[in-house]
Design a protein around this ligand. Structure first.
Ligand code: NAP
Length: 301
């Protein structure tokens, strides 16, 4: 492709989509590059709470509302996966699977993906009992035992979605304290078929061609415990989608992207917003706020 964009945005999640809408009212030549479904990770969220305008909304419905904005505003969406991002002279060069794209400015809003627990068979049994998405796969485990691993908002939210489906749901967490919001913990505790199993670490995934259980180890006394289950949902945090960044000094040691108060990275012309920023709390409204602030910078308002 020979076009040079004023701004290319990597990632069509809440940050990227909000940014395109903010920029669309100007004369900026902008496009958004996305390799999966527009809307980002909200597509697999069973439920989003307290997003402005909604008390509760299923994730895919909110994702569709975001996507509709890009359609209504005639925003160009390029369906491609960015493999490398470099800077040559004063232009950013984005190599994708299908084409190469150039821009004067780039905004990285590529978010995060699920962190794995790192046990043998985790990859092998993916789709054979292991899943990272309750909304997509929960129905496979109707009236079966399900184990959810993790103590953050993701684990609790997915567990709340899975509890009514499961025969019994075990929430396994390595500490007795939880990172998740108190209200989510109380909501999950209210289910009569839910058992909290703490402080336990997952030790071994059991089963040959499908999950049959999990072996856990007590963090305090090292005693082992086996839970029979057909469904296993490891939800132990996020890792940044930033492997494509080949510009020096942009990533921190974990692969997140630090920015200053103008959302500028260490590389002039390169901005970042949303879940890819190194912050403790990752919420949709923060990603939307980031987009609005980045738009102001890009439009010199
Ligand atoms: P998180 O908050 O980082 O929680 C990860 C959990 O997994 C922690 O409880 C952690 O234990 C545990 N863990 C990490 N590595 C582990 C391992 N190897 N084995 C066993 N357990 C392990 O991640 P998250 O829940 O995905 O949330 C990420 C961000 O998104 C958070 O800021 C969260 O608030 C936000 N979020 C918000 C919503 C919402 O609707 N408001 C929904 C989902 C996510 P320790 O606690 O001991 O470290």
């Amino acid at each position: 492709m020979n076009d040079i964009y004023d701004v290319l945005i990597i990632g069509a999640g809440p940050c990227g989509i909000t940014l395109t809408t903010e920029l669309k009212t100007s004369n900026v030549k902008v496009a958004i590059i996305e390799f999966a479904t527009p809307g980002g990770k909200i597509n697999i969220a069973p439920r989003v709470d307290n997003f402005p305008g909604y008390f509760q909304i299923p994730g895919p419905q909110l994702a569709m509302a975001f996507y509709q904005k890009t359609i209504d505003n005639n925003i160009e969406i390029i369906y491609d996966q960015v493999i490398s991002l470099t800077k040559e002279e004063n232009l950013f060069v984005l190599k994708g699977n299908f084409d190469t794209y150039k821009a004067h400015k780039v905004v990285i809003a590529s978010g995060t993906k699920e962190r794995k627990i790192g046990l043998a068979k985790e990859d092998e049994l993916l789709g054979h009992g292991i899943s990272y998405c309750a909304l997509c796969d929960g129905h496979f485990f109707k009236k079966k035992n399900i184990v959810v691993i993790g103590g953050g908002d993701s684990a609790l939210k997915e567990a709340i979605h899975l509890a009514p489906i499961a025969e019994k749901l075990y929430l396994v967490h390595r500490r007795n304290e939880f990172r998740a919001e108190e209200s989510l913990i109380n909501e999950l505790k209210a289910f009569s078929n839910v058992e909290f199993v703490t402080p336990y670490m997952p030790k071994e995934i059991l089963g040959d061609d499908k999950v049959t259980g999990i072996c856990l180890e007590n963090v305090d006394n090292h005693e082992e415990k086996i839970i029979d289950c057909e469904g296993l949902f490891p939800l132990v945090g996020q890792i940044p989608n930033s492997q494509f960044v080949q510009i020096p000094n942009v990533l921190d040691e974990k692969g997140f992207i630090p920015v200053n108060d103008k959302y500028e990275t260490n590389c002039p012309g390169l901005y970042a917003g949303g879940d890819i920023l190194p912050r403790d709390i990752r919420q949709i409204y923060l990603a939307v706020d980031d987009a609005k602030a980045i738009a102001k910078q890009l439009l010199n308002k």
